[in-house]
Write a protein that binds this ligand. Structure first.
Ligand code: C2O
Length: 607
């Protein structure tokens, strides 16, 4: 580890620096005055989620705590051990869910960061207390823990929160509940600590980002973290705060996470000093401060939230991320795509908080270290809240994946009693059973549907001859400069019924990039401008692909994909009867060696 100390030792200097910086880029009063008219009614009545019973695979017990079968052996008939399995009872598309192994298989790894100068350790494995893994049992708490919006938290709550974090910091480092061990959970699950050995693929890494595991894994992570904190202060109603960055009044780092000169346990020195409150978070952050005036930044954030929660999130895989099953390669999973929120506001906020001067943008700017900043957990509480909000919007298609390989994917955590428990995705979809919920906050971004820069049909038709069709384009397409293609739509002039049956999506697949870099490119549809001047508040801006640096050992290339909704966009820009769309990809950062494997428009049925 390096001697890099973030800014603990030079707090005074950085404080002065940040204070002078603040003056030019902030407008605290304006945020207060910024009024949102929002007619969304509080929706405190949790809609009950109906989860279909999962078809169960009955397989022979193995030495691991889990049902463990190598499906290749099974299919090839090589697995004598499994010869009693009745193949006719297996689901048609036979696959296995990702199953996290017992923690004893954890290895320390350097995947995802430059270890030599790293601020934090790469020894991320949890302490082995020689416990066997037990099944998870739902809590029988009487009270529901209500997670408050951090910017509205009362002084009493803040004091309680700080006491809990301090107690966690005071535990010995090898206690599974200690602050450091909690931080390491993220590193172990994201930086190569575990393999897929429990599902028969010991050579494959287990990774909980960039796929449909993203939301459920982090839900469970926070669930236990919250209960551990509650236990430390002996308060069974204790709930984590959430950083309400989707709301104008919550768009700065919540005040009680700042250095107060009194050894605040919620403070972390490894943060970007230019982004302390009252700087407004940039949900489109591409690694550089744009100097966007405050009011415009708020507008841009709200528009992006609408895009990420509505336009680009019309079906389970667009929102949660693509499939990731046992045997899939974490870095080159061809089916995988990253969900709209994960790739969007989630990654942007990580990067925006992390310290750009630290070797790996510690803490928030890299997965291996993110858990060391208490802000990580309040950020993820809001990410988790987005799942609830998305579902409560009640839009058709806003339902969890029904695939058994999603429902039965599982992870292992130390619970609040230091027992090792195995938890499944299917058990985290109901907040009422997990006994927590979120304090209501308005959703001003629901009124922030983008407006078109131009309303003009036949943009793509007019570009024929100047811009190549997808089928004439050579793939992989390099994105070292702006790229444009014309993509054909499977159907034109879709009726209201057609739109209710299927979402029209732009798929950008086979995105290959250096996983060591922070990567971001923007995607525009029917943008006529050569410099792609459309802002996030305009319809032509479809969204972005972005990725935190995350190198994987020797092979530094990673593959991913993303899906962008076209239905509302094409309505907005008056291009519903156009046969093709003009797609513009604009590299923003880290794209020098990035290539695109495929671009197409598809209709995805809404179930
Ligand atoms: Cu596991 Cu925000 O990352």
């Amino acid at each position: 580890m390096s001697s890099f100390q973030c800014f603990t030792t030079i707090t005074t200097t950085t404080k002065t620096l940040s204070t002078s910086n603040r003056r030019s880029k902030t407008c605290p009063k304006q945020t207060q005055r910024f009024k949102i008219s929002c007619n969304v009614a509080p929706d405190d009545n949790e809609k009950l989620l109906i989860v279909p019973e999962t078809p169960k695979l009955i397989l022979p017990k193995t030495s691991l705590d889990t049902v463990n079968v190598d499906r290749r052996n099974l299919l090839l008939g090589l697995g004598g051990l499994y010869s009693t399995v009745n193949l006719t009872s297996l689901p048609a598309a036979f696959a296995e869910p990702i199953t996290a192994p017992d923690i004893s298989t954890c290895v320390d790894s350097n995947n995802g960061f430059e270890a030599e100068n790293a601020v934090r350790t790469n020894a991320c494995c949890p302490p082995a207390l020689s416990k066997s893994v037990k099944p998870f049992v739902f809590p029988n708490d009487r009270a529901i823990r209500i997670r408050p919006a951090a910017h509205r938290a009362t002084p009493e709550y803040i004091a309680k929160y700080k006491t809990a974090i301090q107690k966690m910091r005071d535990l010995p480092d090898d206690d599974p509940h200690s602050f450091i061990q909690q931080a390491k959970i993220h590193c172990a699950y994201c930086n190569g600590g575990y393999s897929q050995i429990a599902s028969g693929f010991p050579e494959k890494e287990l990774q909980i980002h960039n796929s449909w595991l993203f939301f459920p894994f982090h839900r469970w992570y926070l669930y236990f973290y919250e209960r551990i904190l509650g236990k430390l202060i002996d308060d069974p109603t204790f709930a984590l705060p959430y950083w309400n960055w989707d709301n104008p009044s919550g768009m700065n780092i919540p005040a009680f996470f700042e250095d107060d000169g009194k050894k605040n346990p919620a403070f972390d020195a490894c943060r970007n000093v230019n982004h302390l409150a009252p700087a407004i978070v940039d949900i489109n952050y591409g690694g550089e401060d744009t100097g966007t005036p405050c009011i415009q930044q708020i507008g841009s954030n709200l528009s992006l939230m609408y895009k990420q929660m509505v336009c680009n999130a019309g079906d389970p895989l667009s929102f949660f991320g693509g499939t990731y099953k046992a045997g899939d390669d974490a870095k080159a999973n061809n089916d995988s795509s990253v969900g709209s929120v994960e790739a969007g506001c989630h990654t942007a906020v990580h990067r925006w908080v992390g310290d750009p001067r630290a070797p790996n943008s510690e803490d928030m700017g890299n997965f291996y270290s993110a858990g060391y900043d208490p802000v990580f957990y309040v950020h993820h509480a809001n990410v988790d809240r987005m799942w609830k909000v998305w579902k409560d919007l009640g839009i058709r298609g806003h339902t969890e994946p029904k695939d058994p390989d999603w429902l039965n994917a599982s992870y292992v955590f130390y619970d609040e009693n230091q027992e090792l428990v195995r938890v499944y995705n299917k058990d985290c979809v109901r907040l009422d059973k997990l006994k927590y919920d979120y304090q209501f906050a308005p959703l001003p971004w629901l009124q922030s549907r983008a407006v078109p820069r131009f309303r003009k049909s036949k943009i793509a038709a007019r570009s024929i001859g100047k811009v190549k069709l997808v089928q004439e384009t050579k793939f992989p397409l390099k994105l070292d400069k702006i790229a444009k293609v014309l993509a054909k739509r499977p159907a034109v002039n879709r009726s209201k019924e057609d739109k209710e049956k299927a979402n029209e999506l732009l798929l950008i697949k086979g995105i290959r990039f250096s996983s060591q870099k922070f990567v971001k490119f923007d995607v525009f549809v029917n943008d006529q401008d050569d410099v792609s001047a459309s802002s996030p508040e305009e319809s032509e801006f479809a969204g972005s692909f972005s990725q935190l640096p995350h190198n994987h050992g020797d092979d530094m290339l990673m593959t991913s994909a993303e899906r962008f909704g076209l239905t509302e966009l094409l309505e907005d820009v008056d291009a519903e009867d156009d046969e093709s769309i003009l797609v513009t990809l604009v590299p923003k950062i880290g794209c020098e060696d990035l290539t695109i494997g495929e671009i197409k428009v598809e209709l995805v049925p809404i179930e």
